[in-house]
Each structure stands twice: as C-alpha cells, then as structure tokens.
Design a protein around this ligand. Sequence first.
Ligand code: CDP
Length: 202
Amino acid sequence: MSFTVAIDGPAAAGKGTISKAVAAHFGFAHLDTGLLYRAVGAKVLAGGDPIAVALALDPVDLENDDLRTAAVAQAASEVAVIPQVRAALAAFQRSFAARAGGAVLDGRDIGTVICPDANVKLFVTASPACRAERRYAELKAKGADVTLESVLADVKARDARDSSRAASPLVAADDAVLLDTSDLTIDDAIDQAIAIISAVKG
Ligand code: CDP
C-alpha cells in the first residue's frame, strides 16, 4: 500500500533533515526533489540546454557530489521556473510517491502540484535569518568560501524567485500543517513531524 508524505518549504528550513529522519522512522523511501533541479542546474552550468537535460536526466545524475554548492542552488532555481523542465521531472516524482511501502518527498510543490492527494502534507519554514545561519554553517563545514551575508542574499533571492514564479510557485497547500522550525532544535522539529504523521497513519 502506498502512503505519501509531502514536505515543502523554502531553502534551508530543515526539510531535508526532517524528511530523512521521518523516512527512517516509518521505513519509507525518501526523495529529495531539489536534487532533480540541482542536477539539471549543474548540467546547464556545464553548457547544457535545460529542457533537453531534464528530459534525459538519469537517477545516477543525483549522486554527483557537487550538487550542494551555492552556485548550483541558484542555477537550480533558475531552471525551476521553466514549465517544460518541471513537466519533464514530474512523472519520476509521481511514480516514486506511489511506490508500495510509503514515500516521503521534499521540495517546493509536492503538496500542491506533484502529490495533491498526499496522505500528510507539511510546510516547514523558518525565518530567513535562521535559514541563512543554518545553510552558512553547512557550507562552511564543507569548506566552502562563503560569508553569512552572501548566503542570506542567496537564500532571499531564491525565496523570491521560487515564490513569484508562474509555474508551481512555492506556497503552502491549503491542507498542509505548518511547522515553523525557527525556535526548535532539529530533534524537536523531527519529533513534531513524526507526531503529525502518526496522528494520520495510526
Ligand atoms: O536544500 P534547499 O532547500 O536549499 O534547496 P533544494 O530543495 O535542493 O532546491 C533547490 C532549488 O530547486 C529551489 O530553490 C527551487 O527553485 C527548486 N525546486 C523546485 O522548484 N521544486 C522542487 N520540488 C524542489 C526544488
């Protein structure tokens, strides 16, 4: 039987960490849909055509270690405004969501466009300052040469582009449960997400 958990929200709100922990807790498969857009963005930075790259994307492309850089994040949000790119990536996401045994998908439009019938929808947010600090610490730990100011500017630019685009903008689904992680430890955020899902799943 399938059981789909849709987790959406802006950059660095904690979706990835929460999604991984929730998937491990319930024994569900997890798809970080941002990686699909990052993989397309990385290939476009290398000279590819966004739509052609999206149509030819292979799951092994998601294993590229360089997908977490700030430059690839910006390229991802630029290709993500193109409706044909989004359409090319939709079928893979929907079939992943329908797999037997349960699935967690995290992204921007999972509860609104990809899986409008998801069993549980969470919208994870945090203030831009909190999100920038978390992403800064993450990038620094990987040895990236970034400043807090540049990370905050990147996060805000991506928020603006993701929220204002015509195709599948970043917006909470009407039936999503809001989880603001600004003042929560990551363990508390995970516990809250598990409690929300358990209330539905039983
Ligand atoms: O990890 P972070 O939240 O920084 O970003 P991500 O989830 O890896 O997504 C990178 C970019 O891909 C976002 O800024 C969006 O523009 C785009 N994206 C999207 O449009 N739809 C999704 N379902 C997932 C990501």
